[in-house]
Design a binder for this molecule. Structure first.
Ligand SMILES: Cc1cc2nc3c(=O)[nH]c(=O)nc-3n(C[C@H](O)[C@H](O)[C@H](O)COP(=O)(O)OP(=O)(O)OC[C@H]3O[C@@H](n4cnc5c(N)ncnc54)[C@H](O)[C@@H]3O)c2cc1C
Length: 306
């Protein structure tokens, strides 16, 4: 085993800093193997110590490169392998793990190096429980890393075109419908929860969001229960992960399934009328109060109109 190296498997994710940081916990040198666009390879080059670009899949799904990725990573005999939790990244990690005869742990929150492998904290049962698991040998980890783009100096991208599995082609690509701007890269996110009493009252939250120049988000019940906010806007274990500088949780109780989606946030501010709401144990600043009073007051203080 090359205990100096962790490998990061990148399947077109533009934001790899969190993955590289996790990989660096387990070995000092981090090598990224990228299947995806040149932009993805260039982004990896601003975070990792070495980047191997296997090529752009084009009309072939990323998953068709699974064997090629497994070959490259297994040949390097790394100390650990890390990737994102996206479906394509998980397929690549699965192939790597099979080739290495190693287990895969998913929804990983934290890692620590151990004498013979790693100790991994990962969410199970839909985020209801966090396990700490000791992994002997090579850990292969699908990590909830948040979407922080890399901005360091770039290393050279090594081009090593690989041959994908033949016989599988992409016949159609339909971009998922999105509302508003990009949540993943937003620096300010204002999220509303079941503390909101009526859909029409969303106006007071959007006014604050606009005054802050942020993006609107929500807890799952507002997107999947009452459909007041579109489904691509809910935050949490089964929704979006965000890593803004500022996250406002308004009328949100702070259940684990929601809060794992904001682990990468810089400052978390909660507004809740219940002083015992669990969110207050997980925020940097808390305002105990009725959102119908607090939100318009904040908007007015920022010079916006409710
Ligand atoms: C497998 C699984 C996966 C899940 N995945 C997700 C996920 O990805 N994302 C997610 O969000 N949830 C998820 N959930 C649901 C999660 O467990 C919670 O039920 C949900 O997050 C609660 O949403 P909430 O905080 O908006 O509502 P509630 O828990 O009902 O909290 C509402 C809060 O609003 C406060 N409030 C009420 N009135 C006011 C007022 N006037 N002013 C201020 N505060 C007020 C209340 O005190 C309360 O704290 C999942 C659940 C399961 C089982």
């Amino acid at each position: 085993m090359n205990s100096n190296q962790s490998w990061v498997v990148v399947a077109d994710e533009p934001a790899v800093t969190g993955l590289v940081t996790t990989a660096r916990e387990l070995a000092p040198q981090v090598v990224a193997v990228v299947v995806g666009s040149r932009e993805a390879a260039d982004a990896a080059a601003r975070a990792a110590d070495r980047v191997v670009w296997l090529g752009e899949p084009g009309q072939v799904p990323v998953e068709a490169y699974a064997a090629a990725v497994a070959d490259v990573v297994a040949a390097a005999a790394p100390a650990a392998v890390v990737g994102a939790t996206s479906p394509a990244a998980r397929a690549l990690l699965g192939a790597v793990a099979a080739r290495l005869g190693a287990p895969v742990l998913s929804n990983v929150q934290q890692v620590e190096a151990a004498a013979d492998g790693a100790v991994v904290t990962h969410a199970v049962l839909g985020g209801l429980v966090e396990h700490r698991t000791g992994v002997a040998g090579v850990p292969v980890l699908a990590v909830d890393a948040g979407a922080v783009p890399a901005d360091g100096p770039a290393v050279t991208v090594e081009e090593a075109p690989a041959t994908p599995f033949a016989g599988v082609t992409v016949t159609q690509v339909r971009p998922r419908e999105r509302t508003g701007g990009d949540l993943g890269s937003a620096r300010t996110v204002v999220a509303i929860g079941r503390g909101l009493r009526a859909e029409a009252d969303l106006a007071i939250v959007t006014a604050l969001t606009e005054a802050l120049g942020g993006e609107l988000a929500c807890s799952r019940p507002l997107a999947e229960g009452v459909d007041w906010v579109s489904k691509d806007r809910y935050i949490g274990i089964s929704g979006q992960r965000v890593s803004p500088d500022l996250y406002l949780a308004i009328g949100i109780s702070g259940q684990l399934q929601h809060m794992v989606g904001v682990r990468g946030a810089g400052t978390v501010v909660a507004i809740n009328s219940d002083k015992d709401a669990p969110v207050f144990a997980q925020c940097d600043y808390g305002i105990v109060g009725d959102l119908y009073d607090v939100v318009p007051a904040l908007t007015a203080a920022l010079g916006g109109g409710a």
